[in-house]
Design a protein around this ligand. Structure first.
Ligand code: F3S
Length: 390
């Protein structure tokens, strides 16, 4: 891989230990994927924030990296293991909280914005069409690639951090035009419901793995796109998709001769039954990916004037930015449950506290059993809130 004189000097350690480690990582990845060179990025988004997922090894790595270097582009963080204010109410232990604060402190030293959300594109980190970025978090990077038309590979936490520090990423994969064309056509039926888009994403992801789908027959809004992107990325490894007439690059795609897969209503119902492994939830968690302002309005309208009749914990997961813009909705939703920020039902340690979690997110349904030891109820937000209110 070609390196400029400046990049060679970073690699030789002339600009400090952290930058050398970051450059070594980028060069190693670039070599594996046959990248011709590094290209500048305009932003990064990092995963690997919760103590639950990165553990002691992750803390050691972040301490090392944060000794003598900083992020060189706008960089945001994925959800951490707890609401930084309400962690005690979430029944997070003191020990866990201390470790979590250490992690956030390392990111802060690195100059990273420490509001933690998986929907940075709804708040402070908003790429433009055509921007080259280095994002981790499968749902966010798929949204950025597909709905915004920015360009990122499916980065892991360390790769995105290295790119943030150097301000560059290796030129390969989804940074190249040739890899951004559809490889399969999906014919779906028009849907209205948010859960149906999650189920559609689940169906597509399980059928096509990491291919680039061109989806026809649906007209999702931005919340539905967010939900579908998350499910496709979790059930498969879809990092880019096109929706006919909706996503910015869909117009100029040639899909002649591609395999066509039909996804019917029946398949969505089968998936819903299959991923629902539980019956009696002790936690209802809505907001995977984090709730948008629109979703907060919708949920608050659903609960308004109704009374909670069942004693079950309910969480609405969102970002602090959205909370800041939704005071009235937060007040309304707090009658029903907790509006939690900085975290989500997957990366906070709910195992041991709850046994069965209900959600309208297929991405969460993929991870709740393995990462949180939960049984799962997959239902729409309307029906979940309806089950605890009258
Ligand atoms: Fe976000 Fe957590 Fe879901 S990070 S996409 S809310 S699993």
């Amino acid at each position: 891989m070609f390196l400029t004189k400046e990049e060679e000097s970073i690699l030789a350690g002339e600009q400090g230990h952290g930058r050398r480690r970051a450059m070594e990582l980028l060069v190693a990845v670039g070599k594996i994927y046959g990248a011709e060179k590094l290209v500048p990025i305009t932003s990064a988004h990092l995963s690997g924030v919760s103590y639950k997922t990165i553990g002691e090894g992750g803390i050691d790595f972040l301490k090392e990296m944060s000794q003598d270097c900083k992020a060189s582009v706008m960089t945001t963080l994925n959800p951490s293991g707890m609401d930084s204010v309400r962690w005690k109410e979430m029944r997070v232990s003191e020990g866990f909280a201390q470790k979590q604060l250490e992690i956030i402190e390392c990111y802060s030293r690195l100059g990273v914005e420490t509001t933690c959300s998986c929907t940075p594109y709804l708040s402070t980190n908003i790429p433009k069409k055509g921007d080259t970025i280095a994002w981790a978090e499968s749902s966010a990077l798929s949204y950025a690639n597909s709905v915004i038309g920015a360009r990122t590979n499916r980065e892991g936490g360390p790769g995105a951090l290295a790119a943030s520090i150097i301000g560059k990423t290796p030129l390969y994969g989804l940074h190249l035009d040739s890899n951004r064309v559809p490889t399969v056509v999906i014919d779906a039926e028009m849907r209205e419901d948010l859960l149906d888009y999650a189920l559609l994403g689940q169906a597509i992801g399980s059928r096509i793995g990491g291919a680039v789908p061109y989806i026809r027959g649906v007209r999702p809004d931005t919340d539905q796109l967010k939900m579908m992107a998350a499910a496709m990325a979790a059930a498969g490894s879809v990092a880019l998709f096109h929706v006919e007439g909706i996503t910015p690059d869909s117009e100029r795609q040639d899909v002649k001769g591609l395999e066509v897969i039909e996804v019917e209503e029946r398949e969505l119902r089968t998936i819903k039954d299959k991923i629902s492994t539980g019956k009696e939830p002790d936690l209802i968690a809505i907001g995977c990916p984090h709730l948008s302002e629109n979703e907060m309005h919708h949920l608050a309208a659903l609960t308004k004037g109704r009374k909670k009749i069942k004693d079950i914990d309910v969480w609405f997961c969102t970002s602090r930015e959205v909370v800041g813009k939704c005071h009235r909705e937060v007040k309304e939703l707090e009658r029903v449950g907790k509006v939690v920020c900085d975290t989500c039902m997957i990366v906070t340690p709910i195992e041991g506290v709850y046994q069965c979690t209900a959600t309208n997110s297929c991405k969460a349904c993929n991870y709740l059993p393995s990462l949180c030891s939960q049984k799962v109820v997959c239902e729409s937000a309307e029906s979940l809130l309806g089950s605890v209110m009258q």
